[in-house]
Structures are given as structure tokens and as C-alpha cells.
Design a protein around this ligand. Structure first.
Ligand code: OGA
Ligand code: MN
Length: 360
């Protein structure tokens, strides 16, 4: 998935790549470099807007051609796309309270060991990154770390697993001189791109490594995923969440076109929740040459991909972090208490996606 997308594609070789290029963040470099960098304007006229579709459906029961409301006993409208069987869009599925809760958990508890993050490969497991960023701490490499590792005979301990780096207060680091490698927690938080919950996905081998230790997916998240998955499940069947991948996006970050194909049963949905800034989601076809459909995903929206939709390329070429387009006013209100300013600051320029999978 993540390791393989895009890289071998020439910039405009496929319809999917062309759409990614159309929507991704570019800066206008015609302006003087002294001025604040300006984002290039992007034409959003072809982006499907399920918030507007929900409004129209609630007012008049009408939806645009090519879309339809699913007949089901779910407690809110679920929309489908005519030529994309297995794809479901549930606008505004999560309450603002639920969004707030899962944003907090995504920042505080989900990146905790044993859960892995993109930082493991370089720094080993990092504890309490979000708190460390709040307290302006610095992550410093322990001087004797490699010697310690070499002397261990247990070959299952690798650099990935050893705690070789530790957080220090800003002022104590400067007094240690410049001999140690160091990086600030706030930079690491900005560079946090994913964490994995439940069964750990091994990006290098592109499969689930069931022998890796892991924390359970919290029961409340399992219950929520089971509830949200219902429109895509056959009657009487209950979705079994076994793994989740949490993606963190800042301005300019994108998730290239990919398939999630390492799960055994593709009739089961992937339950994908959007939190924070609005983004563009591209739903392609079974080939990268099929032109993808672009749609907005907003905080609280849930997308399900099951059956044939599991074979469709998809990705996120862009997130919106400007006041007008991010559409996070309800979250700003919910994080308005002074104790929550750290969440507010993060989410104003970020999007989080939690996608939950049944692996077997
Ligand atoms: C994924 C994925 C979509 C999103 O992580 O596999 O497709 O909306 N995420 O971020
Ligand atoms: Mn995916």
C-alpha cells in the first residue's frame, strides 16, 4: 500500500495521477519570495459534495443523478454511487463529541508503544510524543545506545524496538553540548504520518505481522466501527475489527493512490473515519487508467469500502487548512477550553483518518 504507490508512475502517466496532480497543493511561485507563499487556486467544481447531497435529500428527498440513498435501517442517510458498488458514504456520521474523543485518542494513546508509528524505524518506540511536544521537549539519542544493543544476544530486539532515544527538557539539552543527535518533539509530531492499532501492519513486507506485540483496539472504537459497518454487511453478520491504521495529514501531505489488499475477505468493509480538516478523497476504478471521482471528506464523515470497491484505487491528494475550507468550526468550539489549546492548534492544520479493518 503506502510503500508502493506513485513512485514508479511518471507524473502524468495515468488518469489517477492526473487527478492527484490536479488537486494536490502547489505554491504560486510567481510572487516575490519575500511574501508569504500563496497556494495555487484549484478548480473544485467537479468535486462531489455529500454535505450538499445530504441537505438536498433531507429537504426534498432528491439526490443528484449518479448517486442514490441506500434503503436500509441505519439511523441516518447512507449514500451510494451508481457505478461504484460496495462504496458507501455516511455524511456527518459522528457527533462533534465523538470526533473530539477520537482526535484526542489519535494524538495521545494511539501512537503509544506497542503500537508502531512511522517514527519507529528511525527512533525506536517513542512514548508520550504529544505531551512532549506540548512541553517543548527534545528527543535525544542516548550516547551508549549502539553498544548496549550489540551486547544483547536476544536477536528479536532490533533498532525498531529498543528505546534508544529519550525526551529531555529544552534547557538540559543545550547544556549537554552538541555531540548528541536530537530533534524537537513538535517537529516529530508534525512528521507523525501513521500509527497502527491492533494487529500490526508491517509496511516493509506489506502484510500483517501477527507475531508483533500490540495493544488491543479500544472497545469503544470497535463498537463504533461495528455500528458504522452495518450498511455494508450482509444481514445477520457483524464486522470484526482486528486492525486499524491511523493516518495523520498536514498541509501538503497526501496519500497516493493505492489498494488495501492484504486482508483475507474483501466482502468485509474497511471503515474509514475522517477527523479535522476537510480533504479531497479520490475514488478510482480497478485500473489507474480509470478516471477517479473526487469527493470532499469532512470531519465526522464515514466511508465504507466493501466488495468491488475494495478493488478500486483510492487516495487523498489534498487537505484544506485555511479557515474557509477546513470546515472545523464545531471542533474549534469544542476545543475552546484553555486546556485543549494543544488539540486546537494541531487540528487547525491537520486531518486524521482512522481506518478499521477485519483482517481474517
Ligand atoms: C488508507 C486510506 C483514506 C483516508 O489509509 O488506506 O485509504 O481518507 N485512507 O485517509
Ligand atoms: Mn486505503
Amino acid at each position: 500500500m503506502y510503500g508502493s504507490y506513485g513512485v514508479s508512475d511518471d507524473a502524468e502517466r495515468t488518469a489517477f495521477r492526473r487527478a492527484e496532480k490536479k488537486y494536490k497543493v502547489y505554491y504560486d511561485d510567481s510572487k516575490s519570495s519575500k511574501k508569504k507563499k500563496q497556494l495555487k487556486q484549484v478548480d473544485l467544481s467537479e468535486v462531489v459534495d455529500f454535505k450538499a447531497i445530504l441537505r438536498s435529500f433531507n429537504q426534498s428527498g432528491e439526490v443528484p443523478p449518479g448517486t442514490f440513498a441506500l434503503q436500509c435501517d441505519f439511523d441516518r442517510p447512507v449514500f451510494c454511487i451508481e457505478n461504484r458498488p460496495g462504496f458507501y458514504f455516511i455524511p456527518d456520521a459522528l457527533t462533534v463529541e465523538e470526533q473530539g474523543r477520537w482526535i484526542r485518542e489519535s494524538l495521545i494513546s494511539f501512537p503509544q508503544p506497542y503500537n508502531r508509528t512511522n517514527h519507529n524505524a528511525i527512533y525506536g518506540p517513542i512514548r508520550d510524543l504529544f505531551m512532549a511536544a506540548k512541553e517543548r521537549k527534545i528527543l535525544v539519542e542516548e550516547e551508549d545506545s549502539s553498544g548496549g544493543l550489540d551486547s544483547l544476544s536476544n536477536s528479536s530486539i532490533t533498532n525498531m524496538d529498543a528505546e534508544r532515544w529519550k525526551f529531555y527538557e529544552e534547557n538540559t539539552v543545550s547544556s549537554r553540548g552538541s555531540t548528541c543527535k536530537s530533534i524537537s518533539a513538535s517537529v516529530l509530531l508534525r512528521k507523525l504520518r501513521w500509527s497502527t492499532l491492533g494487529l500490526q501492519f508491517d509496511w516493509s513486507k506489506r502484510n500483517y505481522n501477527v507475531s508483533l506485540p500490540h495493544n488491543k483496539i479500544p472497545d469503544a472504537l470497535c463498537d463504533l466501527a461495528k455500528e458504522m459497518a452495518a450498511p455494508a454487511m450482509s444481514k445477520g453478520k457483524v464486522f470484526q475489527p482486528e486492525a486499524a491504521i491511523v493516518n495523520y495529514f498536514g498541509l501538503g501531505d497526501m496519500l497516493g493512490g493505492h489498494l488495501d489488499d492484504m486482508e483475507a475477505d474483501w466482502t468485509k468493509p474497511i471503515v474509514s473515519m475522517s477527523l479535522g480538516c476537510k480533504a479531497i478523497f479520490l475514488l478510482g476504478g480497478k485500473s489507474r487508467d480509470d478516471p477517479p471521482l473526487a469527493m470532499f471528506v469532512r470531519s465526522g464523515d464515514v466511508v465504507l469500502m466493501a466488495g468491488e470497491a475494495r478493488e478500486c484505487f483510492h487516495g487523498v491528494p489534498r487537505i484544506f487548512t485555511d479557515q474557509e475550507n477546513a470546515e472545523i468550526a464545531p471542533l474549534e468550539l469544542m476545543f475552546s477550553h484553555e486546556d485543549d489549546v494543544c488539540f486546537l492548534e494541531y487540528i487547525r492544520s491537520s486531518r486524521i483518518n482512522i481506518n478499521i479493518r477485519q483482517v481474517f
